[in-house]
Design a binder for this molecule. Sequence first.
Ligand code: GLA
Length: 715
Amino acid sequence: MIKIMDEGEVAHVYWGQKLDHFESLDCKDMGKASGLAPLYRNGFSLGDLPQEYSSNQSTDFREPSYVVRSSSGSTMSSLKFKSHEIYNGKAALEGLPATYVDSDSQAQTLLLTMTDEMIGLEVILSYTVFENSNAIARSVKFTNNGSENISILRALSVNIDFVQREFEVLHLAGSWLRERSIIREPLRPGTKTIQSKRGSSSHQHNPFMALLESGVNEDHGDVYGFSFVYSGNFIAQAEVDQHGSTRVQLGINPHDFTWKLEPSKSFQCPEVILVYSCNGMGGMSRTYHNLYRKHLCRGKYRDISRPILANSWEGMYFDYTADDIVDFAGYAKDLGIELVVMDDGWFGNRDAHVIDGEPTSGLGDWYANKKKIPDDISGLAIRVEQKGIAFGLWIEPEMISENSELYRKHPDWCMRVAGRKMHPSRYQHILDLSRKDVCDYLSELIANILRQGPIAYVKWDMNRYMTNIGSAAFPADRQQEIGHRYILGLYGILERLVSEFSDVLFESCSGGGGRFDPGMLYYMPQTWTSDNSDAVSRVGIQLGTSIVYPAISMGCHVSAVPNHQTGRITPLKLRADVAMMGNLGYELDLGKLTSVDSELIKEQISFYKCIRNTVQFGDMYRLNEMSGKCVHGVQYISPDRMEIVVFVYMLQARPNSSGIRIKLKGLCPDGKYTSGTTSKILSASELMQHGLDVKLESGDHSSSIIQLSCCKTKM
Ligand code: GLA
């Protein structure tokens, strides 16, 4: 609920559970100045008004939603309501990823125009509500209607003021190999900030934040989620003010960001998806999952189950030839795998110069290395296809090695600050995607590779954070635009490629999950969740990821033991049971499997094929209440509620344990379910109220998957 105050100030009144009736809309006391508050007008201070979009230096000392510097040099500004419009549907955001609807009846959009007449600034706040979803998409567009340049120093996508509520904040933090741990902490007066300044959304913080009322758990309580549809630097803040009110903001990180807005030009901020849930964190997650699966991911793979893949990386690293890949494909096919991916190492002189195991050359030279792949990518793809299995390819097009033909030819295409020393990471630098010529070159180059042969899948990697941010193609007063221009350039390339190659399945990756964000999911409907493939670590990483992202978007692979990242030895059963919680794949040397393991993997794959639709398209319920018992669980139920799969993991043995009983969730209330392994028929109420008894082998690292189907039989 939004209120336009007497002099055009735009106040935020309410967001939450649907109200039957609302008496207080006159909102007489809103903005009434508290002690010592400077007055915006008589008796009224913006610092005391909950707002839709807060301004700078205009009697509100909390964080501004935007800061602009006008030609006078001043950063003072305030906005007044000018007009509004409501239309059915949702318009695309030019050049940016965004949620969409298939027909105009699925959403309604409000455009609220505000202006700062003195400097000719127009700000349009956009709100889309979706049919059957407790989600609101918000974004902001700035236009310079004046005759002088305006510098945008801060342009956030959302501002929400909650009046006098006590919250905890939940966010997803970590690092490379440790992405997206769930952090939950109380909010106290002051500002809690999470952010990325790394040029990508990052391993360290996901562009997401949620506020939880006290006592919220998986199933109960009010939760407000904020998820940013963007892949570059972001900021998410929750500020508790002097009166105990909380302001939440998300948007492009103002750090190292300034945008020169010339007269009659516009700047579009990316969108934030707001989700309200009165059904705890689980309710919020399912709303994000459904929305992102159906209204963010696009293309053919939105609605069809994803192939089980085998990736060459952990099994072979750089040490392979075309023949090895063809053999790999043969082994994979025998196991029931559907797609083989040739990872890093196939192009240019990639592994000719290695320091401490890291190749130092080749990125940028996207042609097959003739010594390793004599028949080119097209020849290899055909050979793999002849094995009866699809072929996929790894690329890292945003990067450039100093030791590459591309760098020698176009040193100015590398992102850099003139005259300053370059700072390599993994011996690589970043191509300057703020430049149109570089983007055109790259998209044409990749399109040519994809046109060559039957390539069914692309793993699009990006393995370093951004430093030395500068572009030879832009003047001094636009250098602070480069970080955002880079992301726009990347989105432009991806848009072109996914449109032309709509049959190709794209998976994004950034040192694992360093760019696992909704922006990337708009172009590539799945993401390699983490470079950590250890089953024990993966349980936490995948559950953390599931707070926002659906199972179908998470690449989850079974790898060899001892695990290459942690050295841990876990049973093949646990590794597969954990990987089946998402989008299953295998990443180990299939030629070296024992016959016992091969048989087990065949069984795993045929089992996953039976449950994959439920996992990939079903509703997910985290069964976290068991975590106190060292047991983690997750349940999926198919959209028609006929099929259920429950995953249970005991990562550490619990001595003197009394067994595990799990209450299932979300079942058809009068449904009767059978497990197939017993003749018992269990009612939904028994499963949800009494619970299901699960037997696990004793010892660390045990796991079980229980499959239940709804049958019509009466009790
Ligand atoms: C990144 C990816 C890995 C693998 C390597 C190849 O680390 O996350 O899966 O593709 O690059 O260099």
